[in-house]
Structure formats: structure tokens, C-alpha cells
Design a protein around this ligand. Sequence first.
Ligand code: G
Ligand code: G
Ligand code: MN
Length: 498
Amino acid sequence: MSSKSALKIALIYALVGVLWILFSDKALEWLVEDSQQLTRIQTYKGWAFVLVSAMLFYVLSLCALRQVDRLHQSDPLTKLLRHYRFQLYLQDLLSEMNAISGHVLVIEIDIDDFKHLNAHFGYEKADQFLQLFARKLQEHYTADTLIARPGTDRFLVAKRQVRVQPEVLEEEIEEVRQLAAETAREFKAPNTICMGMALSPRDGDSAGLLLAAATTALNNARLAGPGTARIHNAELSERERERQELLGRLQETLDEEGLSLVYQPQFAVDTGRISGCEVLVRWNDPVLGFVSPDLFIPLAERYRLIDRITRFVIHRAYQELSQEGLLGSALQRVSVNVSAVEFSDPQQMEALLQEVRSIDHFRDFLQLEITETAALNNLKGSAELIRRLREEGLRFSIDDFGTGYSSLAVFKDLPVDEIKVDRGFIHELAEQSRAAAIVEAIIHMARSFNVAVVAEGVETEEQLAKLRACGCHEAQGFLLAKPMKLKQLKAFIAAQGA
Ligand code: G
Ligand code: G
Ligand code: MN
């Protein structure tokens, strides 16, 4: 950039000089005939040249320096790039990546309802919000990612993109969304963000085109409502649109309390009697039909609806089971799944605890199930949280035990009541002697720590026999009972008692 400017100045100077030399003497000779006068005027001409070139230098260097100034200006609030510089750098990045057939991803971000943030918190606090979000963006991306704040509550990101599959781009969206959510959480503000994404060269191979595509995508996202994101390419954003539709439907269903529950009994291996049950949520939508929890649970986790689901499940399970008189008699223990997202968020766990306190009678029977990876993620935090929840009278179970990298830490550091041996081990129990040895060792260890063991996903008599031989306490699986509705559960329990 600077060498180009310098060259331009030198060329203009050289051109003016050459023209001067070529034409000024000729003009003088033509105008002035007296040679003495000519010599005197020649001297003035020399002075005039110095004056003109000085002025020329002044003008040219002023222009060049102004450009440099503009380039080096960053946003004083966030220290991010200004729009102008961002666009120049983006063009450089594009030239570089176009040359090697690479991709550049541009994300344009708009903070939803920033006006409200300003009005509610005041400008100073709102500024701090922007600063924090900017810092999170900077920390999140590598140093060669371009990040700008082109407007009050607008941000721009441009980066080299190696993998361009839809899932990868969606992950990008998700990560930025997470940064915004963290920022909002720290400020206890409800704000979300909208995002528009564009990818070169598909959506544009110049800075101008690519930015325009990102802005179009952002505008589409904003039309769809707060918290949404759009990828410029129509086919890709179709998936995002479908997901938003599903999310909207899920929200409505939650408002109408339209989800339902099924219960899967768990059995004592030695007596074959029901020892408890796991509650599983179901979504049977009048329009969409059956929607698998594997689809909507991750969606709910992502859009912060999961705590509402958990509270619903706890409440409804208590209602249903106590209404049928099953609590305390046939069922001594009811397990409810708590997602990793909730477990790692103190606010959500506090809300969950409130819910549990409000139905005091349920506490003696309720057991929370969290996956092993969630529990081990932050071992110290988990241990404290579990201890606290147990003080409140809740029991704790570790789901999918054995799938993490440091399962033994569960025994060493977590005060849990129960582990559920992952169905992967149970599945191989009959064919694989190593799996059997591992399960046996787990059961031994659990016994010595006074932790109950449930084998999950028991599907064959052979597996059950092996578990019995290993001294496993309890089993759950299709062989013994599938997840069932309340009425069936009642009948099942009645038949067992008979
Ligand atoms: O049968 P099943 O398809 O229900 O469950 C699929 C997945 O969804 C399992 O991993 C299960 O743990 C999870 N799941 C089912 N019900 C709930 C629930 O109420 N809360 C949470 N967080 N996960 C659930
Ligand atoms: O542990 P988690 O909450 O992920 O387990 C609940 C899931 O396990 C539900 O989807 C339930 O339908 C499923 N499930 C229950 N019993 C069995 C079984 O015997 N085999 C398999 N494959 N899945 C089971
Ligand atoms: Mn479970």
C-alpha cells in the first residue's frame, strides 16, 4: 500500500518535472527575445519550479498521509477495525485466497434490541457490553482473523475457511452465538444476536460483493426474528430455516405444555422386581408427528429451552406418578435426565432446584441423571454442585458411565449415588470377554464405594445372565421393559405385583 503511494507521488513529480523542462524553455524562447532578459526570467522560472513542486509535494503527501491515518484508525471503543480498513484488508485476503482457490468466510453480526440495552443499562454499561463482546470475539479467533465494528451494534468477522460443509458453518454460527450468550449472561441482559454469513467465492469474489451478500443474509435473519442466523446461499439457509421452524413449534408446545412423558422401569437383577424408573420426554406434534428427542433435545440445549423442558418433566412426572399412587409404593426412585448445558450453568441449576423445592414430596424419590462427560468436564464444580444438591435431598446418577476419558474420577471425586454402565459395554457383554471383565471390575469398585450400579440397554437374556453373574444390582433395557406411558406403567406394575 505505502510503496504504491510513494511510487504514485514520484511518478507525478517526474511527469510534472519532465513537462516543465520540455515546455517551459521552449515557451520562454518563443515569448522573450532579449537574451539578457531571458537569463533573468530563467532564474525566476527556477524559483517558480521550486514553489510549484513544493505545493505539489504538499498536496500529494497530504493525500497519502490522510489515507495512512484512515487506515490506522481503529474503533476507539473496541479497538476493532473500522469498516474502511476491514474492507481493504478483506480485499487483500480475498486476492490471496482466490489465488489458491481457498475460501473466505464473512460473518456480519447485529445485536438484537440494542436500543433496549442502551435504555435499560445506560450508555456506559451498553458500551461495556460492546467492549466485552468485542474482546470475546478477539479471543475466540486467531490473530489473522479480521474483526471490525462498522456500526454501533454491528460487528464483522472475516476469516480463511478451510472446511465449508454446512455443518461446519453452522458450528461457526453456534460458536459466535455462544460468545454473545456469554456476554449477555455476564450483563444479565436478555439480548441475542442475528447473524448473516457469506462465503467466497460462491457468494462473491470481491470485498464489496461478499460484504453485500453477508448483509443480505443478515437482513433475512433479522426478518426471521431475534437470535436467528442465515447463510447467504439459499440451499444452506434452508436447513437453518427448518430448524428455526422446529424451534418455534417447540416453544409453542412448551407454552401449551404439549410434551408428554414415558417411563422405563428399572429392575433389581436378583429379585426381578421394579426398583425405579427413568423418565423420558416425548414430543408428538399434531402437525410434525413424532419428533425424536435426539433431534429436539440438542435444539433445546442450543436455544436455552432445555431448563424449561427439565422443569416440565419433573413437574409432570410428579403429577402423573403421584396421581396414580405409584410414588413411594411401587416406585422408590424416579430418574430425570439433566442436560450438560444445564448442569454447567449455575443459574439454570438454581431454577431447577427452585422447581424441586416447590414440590417438596417429590424430593425423596427424585434422582438426577447427568452424563459422565458433563460431570467430568469441570470436576471440582461438579463435585460441589452434586454435594449441594444432595444436601437438598436429591440423588445423583451418572449416565453413560465408562464413555469418558477419566471415568475413575467419578468414583474418586464425585459423591454420586448411582452409575449407569453405558450400553456399549452391555452390548458386548456376551461376545467380548474384555467387556465382561470391565463391567465386573466396575461393579466391584462401585460396591466398595457404596455406589449402586444400573446396567443400561439390556436387550438379551444372555446379557442379563452375565450381569447377574457379575453381581450387578440393577438393569434397564428393552428386554425387561420398554419406555411406556403412565397407564401402561400402572398396568405393568400391577401385573408384577400379582
Ligand atoms: O428414548 P430416547 O429416544 O428417549 O432418548 C434419546 C435421548 O434423549 C437420550 O440420550 C435421552 O437421555 C435423552 N432424553 C430423553 N428424555 C430427556 C429429558 O427429559 N431430558 C433430557 N435432557 N434428555 C432426555
Ligand atoms: O441413558 P439415556 O438417557 O441416554 O437413555 C435413554 C435412551 O435409551 C432412550 O432413548 C431409551 O429409549 C433408550 N433405551 C432404553 N432401553 C434400551 C435398550 O435396551 N436398548 C437400546 N438400544 N436403547 C434403549
Ligand atoms: Mn438417561
